[in-house]
Design a protein around this ligand. Sequence first.
Ligand code: PBG
Length: 325
Amino acid sequence: MFPNHRPRRLRRTPALRRMVSETTLAPHQLVLPVFVKEGATEPTPISSMPGVVQHTRDTLRKAAVEAVEAGVGGIMVFGVPEVRDAVGSGGVDPEGILNVTLRDLRAELGDSTVLMSDLCLDEFTDHGHCGVLDGEGNVDNDATLAVYADMARAQADAGAHLLGPSGMMDGQVGVIREALDTSGHADTGILAYSVKFASALFGPFREAVDSQLTGDRKTYQQDPGNIRESLREVHLDLTEGADLVMVKPAGAYLDVIRAVHEVSDVPVAAYQVSGEYAMVEAAAANGWLDRDRTILETLTSIRRAGADVILTYWATEAATWLNRR
Ligand code: PBG
């Protein structure tokens, strides 16, 4: 009577499939990354990320309310300044675009969502690197840490619940933790970009923030072929006080998400980055993929790999679908 083992029995009806499904995907697990452009009076479309815009302060407020109403878990804010300089002053200035926007959103949303801020210099420097440069033009780790500490205080003052250091400087989590603890912000948390690869998949993001970068970030972001190094980065960030750890990009690094999940005793986040978004949108626009099914499949796979939280540009839309299910 072969085959006497029939896995298909549990796939026969939608109800059976639902009952035995192993991986959940819920709106509160999704975080929406957003861009806000200083001085803008109209939202500016980002051509390599169809459907995503550089917001004005006003349109961002509306998009944030819409995201929260759809039930997303949080919002991650990136600022696009009008003026840049060598040390990224706009990131530290309380009147800089990111900090004023954090204040806008915290006033609008209170504690009804988790407000997160990108803590990095690349959007604010005229050379586009994630840190300040030394005399030879190399990124100066420890001089950068001092600026990150100032940014951390400014962002916490502005109302961020979680700070997202994404610059891959050694010691950034420890320095930020200390800056927060000694400035009355012991309750502000750190979503550490612990494992961030020097990835081509960040391409469209560079347009999104009008990046000034020439060259690459290989002296601070990780080699895509390495995974033991990722675990070392996670270990260091946990020791330094990370409240969550993140892997980025997500879809091409599911093995890394799984490995980090296994060694971490804090929630694990994964960032489905601009290039992952662009690939699906481009294929869908050509009629080559079923857009909505592909989006849900990628998100489910990132969850299955071990991510508790997913940053995705589809957060609001996917949350809306999930609410209807
Ligand atoms: C750096 C930062 C980057 C992204 C998030 N934070 C760009 C980079 O490291 O070059 C990429 C996000 C994406 O591609 O969606 N502030």
